[in-house]
Design a protein around this ligand. Structure first.
Ligand code: AMP
Length: 216
């Protein structure tokens, strides 16, 4: 089962992608997590992208396509995968089509998690993430069990640098300009499923699993 999670930053794509990943035992491929991991390890790639990410801008398409192409060629994607944060531009979407076609695969579900801007800005200011596994929490609506510690890794949660309010607005603008057209791209293909991301994590989870559950 090959799935794409689409939606603005802070819509809950990563949280929901992890549920699908656990339920169907297929990898959750978050390009944001992959880049943050490179930054953490201070690799050449990490150093190259750090400034761009912290400013809330997009990393260039060719680089992102190369990263995703390499990841999709790994054997754990055989049964399927969930892409989270990719494609973010029309150019990335059409490159993804070419990559998948050459592998004899196609995207079956594009889940668009819809959340309005005011809620996004509020949510991201209370978002905390696990620096180890990337799980996201919200200190108001979805707090960890133990204050400030990841439920799974038990390490202290952190605030992402690009979750600062001024960067969030920038990311949202980039999303409207470059990523929203990607939604239309998939709508025309009849693979787009829109979900109300303002509902509780559990309700959104039920709806998402309901969408993808059909061909389990
Ligand atoms: P995310 O965790 O998905 O919000 O991604 C964090 C940041 O990583 C984004 O704001 C971009 O700077 C960069 N990034 C992640 N995925 C992509 C992509 N597909 N294309 C360009 N930049 C990306």
């Amino acid at each position: 089962m090959n799935v794409i999670m689409l939606g603005p930053p802070g819509a809950g794509k990563g949280t929901q992608a992890k549920f699908i990943s656990d339920e169907f035992s297929i990898p959750h491929i978050s390009t944001g997590d992959m880049l943050r991991d490179e930054m953490k390890r201070k690799t050449d790639l990490g150093k190259r992208v750090e400034e761009i990410i912290n400013a809330g801008k997009l990393v260039n398409d060719d680089l992102m396509v190369a990263i995703v192409k390499k990841r999709l060629s790994q054997p754990d994607t055989q049964k399927g995968f969930i892409l989270d944060g990719f494609p973010r531009t029309i150019s990335q979407a059409s490159s993804l089509d070419e990559i998948l076609e050459s592998m004899g695969k196609r995207i079956e579900f594009v889940i668009y998690v819809e959340v309005p801007e005011e809620i996004i800005v509020k949510r991201l200011s209370s978002r905390r993430v696990c620096p180890k596994c990337g799980r996201a929490y919200n200190i108001i609506s979805n707090p960890p069990h133990d204050d400030d510690l990841c439920d799974v890794c038990h390490v202290p949660l952190v605030i992402r640098k690009d979750d600062k309010p001024e960067t969030v607005r920038n990311r949202y603008r980039v999303y409207l300009d470059l990523t929203l057209p990607v939604m239309e791209y998939y709508r025309k293909r009849n693979v787009l499923f829109t979900i109300d991301g303002t509902l509780s994590v559990e309700k959104v989870k039920d709806m998402v699993l309901n969408v993808v559950g059909g061909i389990r």
